[in-house]
Design a protein around this ligand. Structure first.
Ligand SMILES: Cc1cc2nc3c(=O)[nH]c(=O)nc-3n(C[C@H](O)[C@H](O)[C@H](O)COP(=O)(O)OP(=O)(O)OC[C@H]3O[C@@H](n4cnc5c(N)ncnc54)[C@H](O)[C@@H]3O)c2cc1C
Ligand SMILES: NC(=O)c1ccc[n+]([C@@H]2O[C@H](COP(=O)([O-])OP(=O)(O)OC[C@H]3O[C@@H](n4cnc5c(N)ncnc54)[C@H](OP(=O)(O)O)[C@@H]3O)[C@@H](O)[C@H]2O)c1
Length: 634
């Protein structure tokens, strides 16, 4: 086996600095690994397969970004396929269709740098508009015919002999991929496999880009609450809204007070005509109130397209300013005296606003006892003011059981804790009529890759390998050693609590493509992160996370595992830093400024200054391109 050693003067941040790069010519001397057959020799596998150089799993914004950029950056390359089990393109924005669904990071920034949209209907447009936008991007980049929907990727196995990934696909009956895994299994149990699956396929690919998302699998019915089966009404999850259930004049129970619930709860009585809504809050969220009048939206809709079309650079400038402003809010998440003071100031503002907006009877239970930012803040347009509606009750009494047409809440309450004897929040057991229960209890966010099994070079399972090292992890959230030519977009520790997830995706796509390009150009055969780089990266991330409000703010959230306290979700540094790291290694960055600069200094101070300025500008342009977008249009 021959591995190209990092050349002494390899370009900084080039694959060989942190990645093991396997030469095509070395393949002959490559031995298949002895791994108890986990990486099966190709002879024992079905012969019929389709070869595609690149397979992308997931057609959400990350998969779309990967496909568009692959095409754009590899000279119109189109030998790839994008697989998604859902029946439509858009991931999150296809499946979350609850009333009021919208983005909360302004769409001006929650959109691709390479495909900006000058005509959003408002700052935080509805989900359907984001869905349309994503579909338009697919058309514009001509990737629609590359997307294969209703296709579940069950597993990926690295075939050492052939140096390719083998993907096992199952074709789903139209719409079955929109069900949660749990519901799909139920259909199989009740109606048999043929009701869910209608075919299978084997595909081999040189490169796999996993863009499977993190907020995909809705949490199921809470195990601790008995009676689900006896309930005669309807139960559904906010991420699988059932529009066949008419809520008019119905008694509705909502479990949860996260971002999803805050968006749909005001609609239940207002536009859907529910008779009574009881919303069960386990612990209060921090709520950042926003307001916009119909007039403001009208003005935006009238002027924004004209302004963006006629004032050159305005959209890019606003986008950059927005990115900078959001980046500043990272100060709220870190620990330190100044950060603590900033948090306290912000909390005071939020509490003042909550007290101005929500009915007085809820002020106590709506006052969190943990630091702001510890779990995701709610950016709210309607929820707090909507609590004034007498048909709506917010309670911290837990759901304790469910009957045919009612639920029982209490005895006791989850907040404030029962030890707070002065509290006036109700505790006595009550039975409440119930026709519909809506679960807004979030997603299985700490289960990575949710049912996709990835088997690497040594026959090991990707998730098990991560767990064996302490918990979900990957270099830049993107790569694991032992899994060559496999890149994750939006892997562990890449979520941000403060800025656009789309920027983070674009960063990871940019990073992955730096290594995919030489593979597709035939310059190298495989690329694999070095184990020591992955371990050191994860150590640093987990160490930094300890010093953030996410871990020490006193809340419990889906960001980390309650038992192990391993935070597999958040990225602790700025997105600007993440952007830089996706372009260069950390050592590479230091070298870039010091080493090259010093070397250039040897040629005279003017040359040094010139080199440093050039390198600095190169960085600014790189970050700027990812934030504001390239000037060239497809
Ligand atoms: C209601 C809601 C609102 C949000 N609003 C914001 C916001 O305002 N700002 C923000 O920054 N973030 C927001 N987020 C977070 C959001 O998830 C991300 O912004 C982003 O959409 C994630 O995109 P993605 O492509 O990485 O993943 P997803 O959109 O989740 O797409 C992943 C896709 O992969 C598919 N898939 C997974 N596994 C397989 C498999 N094995 N085989 C085939 N297909 C598979 C899934 O079906 C899915 O379509 C929101 C999330 C939700 C739920
Ligand atoms: N653009 C947007 O505005 C927007 C909209 C929706 C979603 N999102 C994104 O999607 C993520 C998920 O949002 P989400 O609202 O769907 O889920 P979430 O933020 O995880 O909130 C889940 C809610 O359910 C509660 N809960 C969970 N299990 C419960 C149980 N067994 N009993 C009672 N209550 C329970 C949680 O209480 P605790 O808080 O006590 O745990 C929380 O209030 C967000 O964090 C955000 O990133 C964004």
């Amino acid at each position: 086996m021959s591995i190209m050693s990092p050349a002494a003067d390899a370009p900084l941040g080039s694959p060989s600095a942190i990645y093991r790069v396997e030469d095509y010519n070395a393949r002959a001397s490559y031995k298949s690994s002895d791994n108890n057959g986990a990486t099966k020799p190709s002879s024992s596998r079905p012969k019929a397969y389709t070869y595609i150089p690149v397979a992308i799993i997931g057609a959400g914004e990350s998969g779309i970004a990967a496909a568009c950029q692959l095409k754009e950056q590899v000279g119109g390359f189109d030998q790839f396929r994008v697989f998604d089990r859902q029946a439509g393109v858009g991931g999150t924005w296809w499946i979350n269709r609850y009333p009021g669904v919208a983005c909360d990071i302004p769409a001006l920034f929650y959109s691709f740098s390479f495909a900006q949209n000058p005509s959003w209907s408002s700052d935080c447009p509805p989900g359907s508009e984001i869905f349309d936008y994503l579909n338009r991007v697919c058309s514009r980049y001509r990737i629609v015919d590359k997307i294969q929907l209703n296709t579940d990727v069950i597993g990926c196995v690295w075939l050492e002999d052939e140096q390719v990934w083998e993907l096992e696909l199952r074709h789903l009956v139209q719409g079955m991929g929109d069900l949660s895994v749990r519901d799909r299994r139920k259909v199989i149990e009740e109606q048999g496999e043929a009701a869910v699956f209608c075919g299978s396929e084997v595909v081999r690919a040189k490169v796999v880009l996993s863009c499977v998302g993190g907020l995909v699998e809705p949490r199921g019915w809470p195990d601790e609450i008995p009676g689900e089966k006896s309930f005669q009404g309807s139960i559904f999850h906010s991420a699988r809204w059932n529009y066949d259930v008419d809520l008019k004049d119905k008694n509705v129970i909502v479990v949860g007070t996260g971002c999803s619930a805050a968006q749909f709860v005001p609609h239940l009585t207002k536009s859907l005509g529910a008779k009574r809504v009881t919303q069960i809050m386990r612990s209060p969220p921090w709520v950042v109130s926003r307001s916009r009048s119909t007039g403001e939206i009208g003005t935006w809709q009238r002027w924004e397209p004209w302004l963006f079309a006629n004032i050159p650079g305005l959209q890019r400038t606003l986008r950059t300013l927005m990115a900078a402003a959001l980046e500043y809010s990272l100060r709220l998440f870190q620990n330190g005296d100044w950060n603590e003071r900033e948090r306290k100031k912000f909390e005071a503002r939020l509490l003042k606003n909550m007290k101005k907006t929500a009915p007085e009877k809820y002020h106590e239970i709506l006052t969190p006892d943990y630091g702001v930012g510890c779990k995701r803040r709610i950016y709210d347009f309607e929820w707090l003011p909507g609590l004034q509606d007498e048909r709506l009750e917010l309670t911290t009494q837990p759901l304790t059981s469910v009957d045919e047409w009612s639920v029982t809440i209490g005895p006791g309450r989850t907040y404030p804790p029962m030890s707070e004897t002065e509290s006036k929040a109700p505790t006595e057991k009550r039975s409440i009529p119930a026709d519909v229960i809506i679960l807004a209890n979030g997603f299985e966010a700490t289960r990575w890759l949710h049912p996709l099994k990835v088997t690497g070079r040594a026959g090991n399972d990707l998730v098990e390998e991560m767990d064996a090292r302490g918990g979900p992890q990957a270099y830049l959230g993107t790569a694991m050693d032992g899994f060559p030519n496999f890149f994750i977009v939006f892997g562990p520790n890449t979520a941000t609590g403060h800025t656009s997830a789309i920027l983070a995706s674009e960063n990871m796509v940019a990073h992955a493509l730096r290594f995919v390009k030489p593979i597709l150009h035939g310059d190298v055969d495989t690329v694999e992160i070095k184990k020591e780089a992955e371990i050191e990266y994860t150590r640093d991330i987990q160490e930094s996370l300890k010093n953030t409000v996410w871990m020490s703010g006193g809340c419990s959230s889906y960001y980390f595992d309650r038992e192990t306290r391993w935070n597999s979700t958040m990225y602790p540094y700025t997105q600007i830093w993440f952007t830089q790291r996706c372009m260069y290694t950390r050592k590479g960055l230091i070298k870039l400024f010091l080493w090259k600069g010093i070397r250039a200094l040897g040629d005279g101070w003017l040359a040094g200054l010139w080199a440093q300025t050039g390198l600095f500008l190169q960085q600014v342009v790189g970050v700027g391109k990812l934030v504001a977008g390239p000037w060239r249009r497809p």
